[in-house]
Design a protein around this ligand. Structure first.
Ligand code: ADP
Ligand code: TPW
Ligand code: MG
Length: 596
C-alpha cells in the first residue's frame, strides 16, 4: 500500500507556502499531483472546512489539506463527521464535505449522506476507494467495494474521478449537484491511484473550475405568483407553514415581512423555529391542533407535506377518516417542481427559490391587502392563551426527581438569555418537550433529527455548529440519543469547542422503568445502566462534567458552561418514569396500542 500513497515529487500551487515534508514537493518539478489538485479545486470553490477521519488512501490528503490552510476536523466515527458535514451545508449554503477511507469508512459516512439527501442539505461525501481493476473483477482488494454503485441510490448524484486532469470537473460537478435546485447529498469517489498521479502543473491548474453561480436563484413564473395571491386573498382562515427549506434559503427578512404584511398566522416546523421569534404574536405553535384542521388555505414555504405534517390529510387536518382530505387548499412554495401533489392536491404551486418567490409574493401585497378575519385570529389567540397558561403551570412545578418540563424550563430561560446559541436536539421525549418548551429567537439556531427522526446526529451537529458559527452550542440529548455519538465528546474537547451537552437522563429509551417480563437476569431492551454517570465521559477528555438533580443545579451548571465556553456535559437526572413511548409519535408504533 505504501507505494500507492507515496506521492511523487511535484510542485505545490503558488498560494501554498512551500514546505518540504514527506517529499511531495520539488521546486524544480513542473508537475502537480492528484492530492494537490483536489485541495486546489476545493479551495478555489471556497471550501474552508473538511469533516473526516483519516486512513488509507486519504491520510496524506487530510495532512495536506490542513497544511494548505483548510480547517480539518477529525472525528472518531465517520457517521458523525458526515452528520457534521450535512448540517454545515444547511447552515452555510456551501456543501459540507465529509472525507472518509474506503469500504467501511465510506459505509459509515453513507448514512449521513442519505440523511443529507432526505433533508435537502447540500453535502459531498468524498471517499477514497481501492483499485478499480481489482474491485471490478472482485479479486479481493484491501477494503474492496463498488462504492459508486452503492452510493448512487442514496445520493442526489454520484461521480468517480479516474484521472488527475478530471479532478476539476469532478469537484465542480459535485458542488453544482449538491447546491443547485433542491440541495442534497453527493458522492465523489476518488480511487487511491488518483492521488499520486502527477501531471504537468500548468495543464493541471488549467483544468480546475471555479463554479459560477452554483445555486442559481430560480425565479417563479408571474402567473404562478398571481394564482397563489388570488387564493390567499380569498381565504377566511389562512395559515402559513414555514419549513426548514425556508430556514435554509436565508431569506429571513422577506419571510418575516411576508408574514407580517399579510397578517397570516404561521406555524414553524421544528428547524424553522426562530425564523421569526417563537414569541411572535402571529405564531400559532401553541394552537397547532386547532389551526391545522380549521385552516382553509395553507401556504407551505419550504416544507413538504410528509409524515411530519400527516401528509396533509386525515384527522390532523380535519379529515373525516385517517386518509381523508380535510378540504384545505394549498399554496406550496418550493424549489422542486415535482414536490406539488405528492400527497394532496396543490392548488397553487409556486416553483422557485424561496428568496425570489417570497419577494414576488410581497410585490403583490400592498396596503389594501385584506388582513385575515378577526374571528380567525381571535379564535387562535384564545387557544394560544389557554395553552400557554397551562404550560406555564406545568413549567412552574418543581418535582423531585426532575420532570422533562422542570428541567427544560431552565433550558428555555438560558436560550432566551443567549439567543445566538445554537440548540441541537435529539431523543424522543427529550426532543418533543424541548421543541415545544424552548423558544427560539433567531433563524437556523435549532438543529434536530430532521425528516427521518434519526438518532445520532447530536455530537456531529454540535461540532459543526460550533466550528462554522463560532457560537455557543447547547445540545439537549436523550440519554439513548446521546449514546449514538457520545465518543465525539473527545472531539469536542480536542478542538476545545464551546459545546454544552445536557443529557435528559431518564435511564432509557423513552423511559427507564421497564423490566424484563420473564424475570430473567437481562434488563429490558429499553433501559440502560441506572444512574449512569455520563458526565465523566467529558471529564475523561479534560472537559467539565456536572451531575445535577434540581433545576437550580442545572441552571448554575449551564450558566457556568456558557460563561466559560468550555466543553461541558451536564447529566440531568430525570424521573425514569417520565416519558411516553415514542414521544409524540406513539401512533406510528405498531405495537404500542396492544402491549404484551
Ligand atoms: P420540514 O421538515 O421543515 O417541514 P422539509 O425538509 O420537509 O421541511 O422541506 C424542505 C423543502 O424546502 C423541500 O421540499 C425543498 O425542496 C425545499 N427547499 C430547500 N431549499 C429551498 C430553496 N432555496 N428554495 C425553495 N425551496 C427550497
Ligand atoms: C438511528 C429509534 C427513536 S427515539 C430513540 C430511539 C432509539 C431514543 C429515545 O430515547 P432517549 O429519549 O434518546 O433517551 P427519551 O427522552 O424519550 O428517553 N435508531 C436510529 N434512529 C431512531 N430514530 C431509532 C433508532 C429511536
Ligand atoms: Mg431517555
Amino acid at each position: 500500500m505504501s507505494s500507492v500513497i507515496a506521492a511523487k515529487p511535484v510542485a505545490t500551487t503558488a498560494d501554498e507556502t512551500p514546505k518540504i515534508a514527506g517529499g511531495e514537493m520539488n521546486a524544480q518539478s513542473q508537475e502537480i499531483d492528484g492530492f494537490q489538485l483536489v485541495i486546489d479545486a476545493l479551495k478555489l470553490n471556497g471550501i474552508d472546512t473538511i469533516f473526516g477521519l483519516p486512513g488509507i488512501p486519504i491520510t496524506d490528503l487530510t495532512r495536506r489539506l490542513q497544511r494548505s490552510g483548510l480547517r480539518v476536523v477529525s472525528f472518531r466515527h465517520e457517521q458523525n463527521a458526515g452528520y457534521a458535514a450535512s448540517i454545515a451545508g444547511f447552515l452555510t449554503q456551501k456543501p459540507g464535505i465529509c472525507l472518509t477511507v474506503s469500504a467501511p469508512g465510506f459505509l459509515n459516512g453513507l448514512t449521513a449522506l442519505a440523511h443529507a439527501t432526505v433533508n435537502c442539505f447540500p453535502m459531498i461525501l468524498i471517499s477514497g476507494s481501492s483499485e478499480r481493476e481489482i474491485v471490478d473483477l472482485q479479486q479481493g482488494d484491501y477494503e474492496e467495494m463498488d462504492q459508486l454503485a452503492i452510493a448512487k441510490p442514496l445520493a442526489k448524484a454520484a461521480f468517480r474521478v479516474l484521472h488527475a486532469e478530471d479532478i476539476g470537473v469532478g469537484i465542480a460537478r459535485a458542488i453544482r449537484a449538491a447546491l443547485s435546485g433542491r440541495p442534497g447529498g453527493v458522492y465523489l469517489d476518488l480511487p487511491a491511484k488518483l492521488f499520486p498521479q502527477a501531471i504537468d502543473a500548468a495543464t493541471g491548474k488549467s483544468t480546475l473550475i471555479k463554479v459560477v453561480d452554483p445555486a442559481p436563484k430560480q425565479i417563479p413564473a408571474p402567473d404562478a405568483v398571481k394564482r397563489a395571491l388570488d387564493l390567499l386573498k380569498l381565504a377566511k382562515k389562512p395559515l402559513i407553514i414555514l419549513g426548514k427549506g425556508a430556514a435554509y434559503a436565508q431569506a429571513d427578512a422577506d419571510i418575516r415581512a411576508l408574514v407580517e404584511r399579510t397578517g397570516i398566522p404561521y406555524l414553524p416546523m421544528s428547524m424553522a423555529k426562530g425564523l421569526l421569534p417563537d414569541t411572535h404574536e402571529q405564531s400559532a405553535s401553541a394552537a397547532r391542533s386547532y389551526v391545522l384542521p380549521e385552516a382553509d388555505v395553507v401556504m407551505l414555504i419550504g416544507a413538504r407535506l410528509n409524515w411530519l405534517l400527516s401528509h396533509g390529510k386525515g384527522k390532523t387536518w380535519g379529515g373525516a377518516s385517517a386518509k381523508a382530505w380535510g378540504g384545505q387548499k394549498y399554496v406550496q412554495v418550493d424549489i422542486s417542481p415535482q414536490e406539488a401533489d405528492s400527497n394532496v392536491r396543490i392548488d397553487a404551486p409556486v416553483v422557485g427559490d424561496i428568496g425570489p418567490c417570497v419577494k414576488a409574493l410581497l410585490a403583490g401585497i400592498d396596503a389594501q391587502w385584506p388582513k385575515p378575519p378577526a374571528e380567525w385570529i381571535g379564535a387562535i389567540t384564545e387557544r394560544k392563551t389557554k395553552n400557554v397558561a397551562k404550560m406555564a403551570e406545568t413549567l412552574a412545578k418543581n418535582p423531585s426527581p426532575m420532570s422533562f418540563q422542570s428541567a427544560l424550563n431552565v433550558v428555555r430561560d438560558i436560550v432566551k438569555a443567549n439567543p445566538d446559541a445554537v440548540l441541537v436536539n435529539e431523543g424522543a421525549n427529550a426532543l418533543d418537550f424541548t421543541r415545544s418548551i424552548v423558544d427560539m429567537y433567531k433563524p437556523r439556531k435549532r438543529l434536530d433529527v430532521g425528516t427521518w427522526g434519526v438518532m445520532g446526529v447530536g455530537m456531529g451537529f454540535s461540532v459543526a455548529a460550533a466550528v462554522v458559527s463560532g457560537e455557543q452550542v447547547i445540545a439537549v440529548e436523550g440519554d439513548s440519543a446521546f449514546g449514538f455519538s457520545g465518543m465525539e465528546t473527545e472531539t469536542i474537547c480536542r478542538y476545545n469547542l464551546p459545546v454544552c451537552v445536557v443529557i435528559m437522563n431518564n435511564n432509557g429509551v423513552y423511559r427507564g422503568d421497564e423490566i424484563n417480563p420473564t424475570g430473567g437476569p437481562d434488563p429490558s431492551p429499553l433501559v440502560f445502566v441506572k444512574d449512569a454517570r455520563y458526565e465523566k465521559l467529558m471529564e475523561a477528555f479534560g472537559g467539565v462534567g456536572a451531575h445535577v438533580k434540581t433545576p437550580d443545579e442545572l441552571r448554575r451548571a449551564m450558566e457556568e458552561a456558557i460563561r466559560s465556553r468550555r466543553p461541558t456535559l451536564i447529566n440531568a437526572v430525570i424521573d425514569e418514569k417520565a416519558g411516553t413511548e415514542s414521544g409524540r409519535i406513539t401512533s406510528l408504533n405498531p405495537a404500542a396500542k396492544k402491549k404484551p
